[in-house]
Ligand binder design. Sequence first.
Ligand code: NAP
Length: 254
Amino acid sequence: MANVTSPSPIVLITGGSRGIGAATARLAAVRGYAVALTYLERAATAQALADEITSSGGTALALQADVSVEADVLRVFGEVDSRLGTLTALVNNAGVLERQMRLDEMDVRRWTRVLTTNVVGSFLCAREAVRRMSTKHGGIGGAIVNLSSMASVIGGANEYVDYAASKGAVDSMTIGLARETATERVRVNCVRPGPIRTEIHASGGEPGRIDRIKTAIPMQRGGEPEEVASTIMWLLSDEASYITGAIVDVSGGR
Ligand code: NAP
C-alpha cells in the first residue's frame, strides 16, 4: 500500500514476514496499529501478510531491509515517516542463528553475521526509534520491545553460544536504554522467549529441535508465536504504562 496517512498508532516490526514477527504484525493490526513489517529476502511472504492485513481493513506496509546495514535501516524509518506518520512503537524482532556447533568450531564470518544482525541491528533500530519518539527530540513518546532469548541465561552450549551472547547484549541494552529514556516518555522492554515453533530451528540445522528438548521444558511443550506476540503487544500497550527496563520470560517455565 502506498502513501498512507493514518491517525492510528504506528508500529515497525523488524523480521515481520514470518514466525514471531508475523504473529505480532497480525495482532497489532487487530489492535488498531498501522503496521510496517520488514523482511530480509522473502518478499512474497511479507507482501502476502501485508495484503492480508489490508484486506481485513488494516494498514500495512512490507519493506525490505537488512537490519545490520545502516543505510537499509535509515531508508525503512524514512519510509515509515513519509508513508505512515509518526512512529509510536518498535518491535526489534529480526534475529538469526546459525548451525549448531561448539564455540571452538566457529569462525569469524559467523560471529560477524550473528552479532551484527542481532546486536547492531537492534541498536540501529532502537536509535532511530528514540530519535523519533523521545520528548528530548521533540517526539510524543512511544514504546520499544526487544526480542531476546532464554539462551542469554542458559548460554546455548553445544548449539550457539554466539547467539546466546548476542541476546545477552540485547538484555543489557534494554535495561540501559530504558533508564536513558525513562523521563522522555519512551518505555523499553524485552521479551525473552524459550523454544517457539518457528522456522528459526531449521536455521540451526534441527527443524525438530523442540520435540527433542521439550521434556526439559517445565510445561513440556514448545510455545506458539502467538503466545509471544500477545506479550509483546501487552508491553507496547498502555496496560504496561509503569513498566520499563523489564525482561519478561515467555518460556513455559524454562
Ligand atoms: P524466524 O522464523 O527465523 O524469522 C526471522 C525473521 O527475521 C524473518 O522475517 C526474516 O526475514 C528476518 N530476518 C532475518 N535476518 C534478517 C536481517 N539481517 N535483517 C532483517 N530481517 C532479517 O525467527 P523467529 O523464530 O520468529 O524469531 C524472532 C525473534 O525471536 C528473533 O530475534 C529470535 O532470536 C527470537 N527468539 C526466537 C525463539 C524461537 O524459538 N523461535 C526463541 C527465542 C528467541 P525473511 O523472511 O525475509 O528471511
